[in-house]
Design a protein around this ligand. Structure first.
Ligand SMILES: CC(C)(COP(=O)(O)OP(=O)(O)OC[C@H]1O[C@@H](n2cnc3c(N)ncnc32)[C@H](O)[C@@H]1OP(=O)(O)O)[C@@H](O)C(=O)NCCC(=O)NCCSC(=O)CCC(=O)O
Length: 556
C-alpha cells in the first residue's frame, strides 16, 4: 500500500505537476520556512514514512505529549486569555487590570518598567525618563499593594514579566497575598525569572551568570516548599525569536537554557520531580503558520524526551512542556496599523492549533506605543472570537497526521537537536552564552532575514509592498512624563515613615545570606515586608554578587 502511494506521488510529480508547472511557473524558485526548511508543492504519505508516526505523536495527555498536555485540551477549558499590560503608576495599571477582567480576560500579566526590571528605584538617577514607560513602576510594597488592590489572588493567576529582580517581585506578591489573607498554597502565577535569555536576547540582567543561577534555584526550592502552584520560571524563546532567530533556533536555545536550569537545580541538591512540574515555557508565534504549529509540537515532544531520558524524571507533570504564547511583536508594522489585527489573528490561531496553555494577542498599535484601552480590547476580542466562534477549540490537536505538519515537526526537531548537541559540546548554555555563541547565531539569522527583506524576497504588506502614501495618524497612548517626579516624592515619604532600623537589619541579614549559601527568598520577603525598596535589595545583592557587563563575541 505504501509503495503504491509513493509510486503514484512520484508519477504525479513527473506527469501532472510537471505539465502544470510548464504552463504556470511557480511564483518563486524556492519556497522555504523561517528555518530554511524547503517547502515542497505537495506532501504525501512518503514524507512521514521514515518514522513511526504513532510513536512520535502518541495521544494527548500522554508521553511524549506531542498532541498536547491535556487529554481534553480546550474542550474542557479554553486557554488562558492573558493580556500583558501595565504602564505608568500602580494606580493606572490596577485600573487597566480591572478593565481587562471586566472584558473577559482570564489571567493577569504584569509588565514592569525598565528601572523595576534592573533593580533601580524610581528616584534613582539612572531611572530618569524611564519611570512607568514600558510598564508599571514598582519600588516598594506600597506600590505593589496598590497594583493588586481588589484582585482576588487566590482565584486569579498572575504572570509577572520580571527576571533579574524576579525574587523581589515574587516576595512583594507573596507579601500582598499574605495581607489579603490568601492561602499561599492556593495562589498561582508565573514569574519569568529566565535570566539566561536576558543575556542572550533581552538585556535586563544584573548579576553574573553563576549568581543569577543561584537566585533562580533558591526560588525553585522556596516555591516547591511554600507556594507549590506557582510556576517558578517561564523559559522563554519569545525574545530569542524577536531578536531574529529562526523557529528551530527558538526551540533549541530555549530547551538548552531549560536544560541548564534543571542541571543547576540538581547540582544544588534538589529532587527533579519536586521542581520540574512547575517549570513553564514561553514561545513566540510568528508568521509562518504551519512551521509555528510544528514548532510547538516539536518542542513538547523534545522536552518530554529530555526530562525522561536525560534527567530521569518520573512524575508525568515533570515531562510536560506547558507554555504561554505571545504573537510576534516584531511582525507588527507602524505602517497601516489595522493590518496588525489580521496578522495577530493568524498567529493566534497557529498558537491554539499548536496547543498553547495561555495566550497574549498583540494590539494593533504596539509598533507605535503601548496599547490604548480600545486596541487592548480588540486584541482580547480576537482571542474570544477564536475561542468561541471558529470551532478550532472543539477538537484536540486537529493537525496531527497532516503529512506536511508532521514532516515539518520532524525536520524542526532534527535542526533543534543538532543545536542542542553543539551547545552541549561547548559546555552547556551558560558557557555558550559566555562565548557569545547563541548571540552570534541569532545575529546571523537576523541578518539573513534583513537581506531577504531588502531584496524583496520577503514581503511585508504595507512596508515593502502595497504601501500607502497618506496614512491617518493613529490615536496613541501617552505616558505622563511627570510620573517619575510623583513616584520619587512617594518614595521619599516612605523612607521617612518606615522603621529604618528594621530595614537596615533585614538588609544586613540578606547580605549575610548572600555571602553564604542560605536560601535568599525568606530574607527577601522579610525585607520587603519591612518596606525595604527594590533598589535597596538589589544594591545589597550587587554588593556581594557584582554586575555582569557585556559578553564577548563568538569565534567559530
Ligand atoms: C503554565 C502557564 C504557561 C499557563 O498557566 P495557566 O494557569 O494559565 O494555565 P494552565 O496551567 O494550563 O491551566 C490552569 C489550570 O487548569 C487546568 N487545566 C487546563 N486545561 C485543562 C483541561 N483540559 N482539563 C483539565 N484541567 C485543565 C490546568 O491543569 C491548571 O491546573 P493545575 O495548576 O492544577 O495544573 C503559565 O506559566 C503562564 O500562565 N504563563 C504566562 C506567562 C506570561 O504571560 N508571560 C508574559 C510575558 S510578556 C513578555 O515577555 C513580552 C515581551 C517583553 O516584555 O520583553
Amino acid at each position: 500500500m505504501q509503495q503504491h502511494v509513493s509510486r503514484s506521488a512520484e508519477e504525479w510529480r513527473a506527469t501532472t505537476l510537471r505539465k502544470a508547472q510548464e504552463k504556470a511557473a511557480e511564483r518563486k524558485d524556492r519556497f522555504e520556512t523561517s528555518s530554511h526548511i524547503p517547502v515542497q508543492p505537495l506532501y504525501t504519505a512518503e514524507d512521514v514514512q521514515a518514522f513511526d508516526l504513532h510513536e512520535r505523536i502518541g495521544f494527548p495527555g500522554e508521553f511524549p505529549y506531542t498532541r498536547g498536555v491535556q487529554p481534553t485540551m480546550y474542550r474542557s477549558r479554553l486557554w488562558t486569555m492573558r493580556q500583558y499590560a501595565g504602564f505608568g503608576t500602580a494606580e493606572e495599571s490596577n485600573k487597566r487590570y480591572h478593565y481587562l477582567l471586566s472584558q473577559g480576560t482570564t489571567g493577569l500579566s504584569v509588565a514592569f518598567d525598565l528601572p523595576t526590571q534592573i533593580g533601580y528605584d524610581a528616584d534613582h538617577a539612572l531611572s530618569e525618563g524611564e519611570v512607568g514607560k514600558v510598564g508599571v513602576s514598582i519600588s516598594s510594597l506600597e506600590d505593589m499593594e496598590i497594583l493588586l488592590a481588589g484582585l482576588p489572588l487566590e482565584r486569579i493567576s498572575t504572570s509577572m514579566t520580571i527576571n533579574a529582580t524576579a525574587s523581589i517581585l515574587l516576595a512583594l506578591y507573596i507579601a500582598v497575598a499574605k495581607k489579603q489573607g490568601a492561602d499561599l498554597r492556593k495562589i498561582s502565577g508565573t514569574i519569568q525569572n529566565d535570566v539566561l535569555k536576558e543575556y542572550i536576547a533581552r538585556g535586563t540582567y544584573i548579576y553574573p551568570p553563576q549568581h543569577s543561577m543561584r537566585i533562580i534555584t533558591d526560588i525553585f526550592q522556596y516555591c516547591a516548599e511554600n507556594i507549590p502552584r506557582w510556576n517558578t520560571i517561564s523559559i522563554s524563546g519569545y525574545h530569542i525569536r524577536e531578536a531574529g532567530s529562526t523557529a528551530a533556533q527558538e526551540i533549541a536555545f530555549t530547551l538548552s537554557n531549560a536544560i541548564s536550569y534543571v542541571q543547576a537545580a540538581l547540582d544544588a541538591g534538589l529532587n527533579v520531580d519536586k521542581f520540574a512540574g512547575q517549570l513553564s515555557f514561553f514561545f513566540n508565534c510568528h508568521n509562518n503558520f504551519f512551521e509555528e504549529i510544528a514548532k510547538f509540537r516539536a518542542a513538547r515532544q523534545m522536552w518530554a524526551h529530555i526530562m525522561r531520558e536525560r534527567f530521569h524524571a518520573q512524575d508525568p507533570r515533570s515531562l510536560m512542556l506547558r507554555f504561554h504564547t505571545q504573537t510576534a511583536g516584531s511582525t507588527l508594522t507602524a505602517q497601516q496599523p489595522d493590518n496588525n489585527v489580521v496578522r495577530t489573528a493568524y498567529q493566534a490561531m497557529a498558537a491554539v492549533l499548536g496547543g498553547t496553555q495561555s495566550l497574549h494577542t498583540n494590539s494593533k498599535d504596539e509598533a507605535l506605543s503601548l496599547p490604548t484601552e480600545d486596541s487592548a480590547r480588540l486584541a482580547l476580542r480576537t482571542q474570544q472570537i477564536l475561542g468561541y466562534e471558529t470551532g478550532v477549540a472543539d477538537v484536540v490537536d486537529p493537525l496531527a497526521g497532516s503529512y506536511f505538519v508532521e514532516s515539518l515537526t520532524a525536520q524542526l526537531e532534527e535542526q533543534a537537536w543538532a543545536y542542542i548537541q553543539k551547545i552541549d559540546e561547548l559546555g552547556g548554555s551558560v558557557r555558550a552564552i559566555e562565548l557569545g555563541y547563541m548571540q552570534s547565531e541569532i545575529e546571523q539569522a537576523a541578518y539573513t532575514y534583513q537581506l531577504a527583506l531588502e531584496q524583496e524576497e520577503a514581503i511585508v504588506v504595507g512596508v515593502n509592498r502595497f504601501t500607502q502614501q497618506h496614512e491617518p495618524p493613529a490615536e496613541l497612548l501617552r505616558v505622563d512624563p511627570a510620573i517619575g517626579r510623583g513616584q520619587a516624592a512617594k518614595l521619599a515619604a516612605l523612607r521617612l515613615r518606615r522603621d529604618n532600623e528594621q530595614v537596615q537589619q533585614r538588609l544586613q541579614a540578606l547580605e549575610a545570606a548572600a555571602r553564604d549559601s542560605e536560601n535568599l527568598m525568606p530574607l527577601i520577603i522579610e525585607a520587603v515586608e519591612a518596606y525595604a525598596t527594590l533598589g535597596e535589595i538589589s544594591d545589597t545583592l550587587r554588593h556581594i554578587f557584582g554586575e555582569q557587563h557585556e559578553f564577548r563575541s563568538f569565534d567559530a
